[in-house]
Design a protein around this ligand. Structure first.
Ligand SMILES: Nc1ncnc2c1ncn2[C@@H]1O[C@H](COP(=O)(O)OP(=O)(O)OP(=O)(O)O)[C@@H](O)[C@H]1O
Length: 294
């Protein structure tokens, strides 16, 4: 387990991280979400040792991180950094060699990764000749070539089309399944929701929520229901035990602490016409995010 405990990082008199603690568990994918300037990149740089924290510590399986341990990490920085004029496969192989891999192993890992990332047909192209999405895939291959046990990816999905998102997602899952600890930041909450097992929400340099996606969902589930009928649901406004949160023609979302009142609303709706949908409404990650960063 990779663990941050009590991390504080100041830039001059600006506090970018304030007592940040969270864990990235082995075999799981942890999504790191927060708005612009929330502190994600700073926290990742502290993990990588690029920035030294003013307080707190990062440990791997309980041990402090040494430069040797950190050099085995896979990192995809926010500022992408491949050599534009070098060929894709050559470059990834070279980076594998820099991590101490034997030439044949680096070549094999490169070929495998480029295939998994659907980039094999561009292996001999220069990085600068690739589309932005393909450059991004090459950058991901560069972070993974040495089979790291810890993967830290800053916005790996930005600029990828939906097909590419699925391709990268499958590759990251394969690494997690092998036991790697995977931390990635993203602004795209729908992707995070689909991909991550665990979640850390940061705002203003402070962790606002952390835990498994399912735990967070359960913790933020309110007694909300969605009702969708073929007729207007305006009448819900006059039901005393319900609070209507959204109403748009036949579709409504309401809250109530009384399950019987929800069932009564369903019964009444069914007398007005066919009920197209009815059930408890679980919060999306976007809902949870809005609630915890408020
Ligand atoms: N080198 C630096 N010098 C001064 N301030 C910095 C430096 N790096 C980051 N900051 C500040 O620290 C805060 C956190 O920035 P950080 O880049 O970690 O946020 P982020 O969550 O990665 O944002 P984004 O999603 O916009 O990339 C911001 O207020 C930023 O301006």
């Amino acid at each position: 387990m990779l663990e941050l405990r009590g991390i504080v990082k100041n830039f001059g008199d600006r506090r970018a991280l304030n007592d940040v603690s969270f864990a990235v568990r082995s075999g799981r994918i942890t999504g790191f979400v927060g708005g612009n300037g929330a502190g994600k990149t700073t926290a990742m740089r502290v993990i990588l040792g690029v920035l030294r924290p003013d307080a707190g510590a990062v440990t791997l399986d309980g041990q402090p991180l040494t430069p040797a341990v950190r050099s085995g990490f896979g990192y995809m920085p926010e500022e992408r950094g491949l050599y534009p004029k070098m060929k894709v496969a050559e470059q990834i192989e070279y980076l594998g060699r820099l991590h101490g891999m034997a030439a044949a192993d680096a070549r094999r890992a490169t070929t495998e990764l480029l295939e998994q990332l659907d980039l094999a047909d561009r292996a001999d192209a220069t990085v600068e000749s690739l589309s932005l999405g393909n450059q991004q895939r090459a950058q991901i291959a560069a972070a993974l070539v040495h089979d790291p046990g810890v993967l830290v990816l800053d916005e790996p999905f930005s600029g990828l089309d939906p097909m590419a998102v699925d391709t990268v997602l499958a590759v990251l899952k394969r690494f997690a399944d092998k036991g790697a600890r995977v931390l990635f930041s993203s602004h795209q909450l729908d992707i995070v929701e689909r991909l991550c097992d665990d979640l850390v929400v940061i705002a203003g340099g402070e962790v606002r929520a952390a835990g498994s996606r399912d735990e967070l969902r359960a913790a933020h589930t309110r007694n909300r229901y969605e009702l969708h009928t073929s007729k207007s649901t305006e009448w819900l406004h006059s039901e005393p035990s319900l609070t209507v949160l959204e109403l748009d023609g036949g579709r409504a979302v309401f809250e109530t602490d009384e399950p019987a009142a929800a069932q009564e609303a369903l019964r009444r709706a069914s007398t007005t016409g066919p009920v197209l949908r009815f059930g408890p409404l679980h919060p999306s990650l976007a809902d949870i995010f809005k609630e915890v960063v408020r």
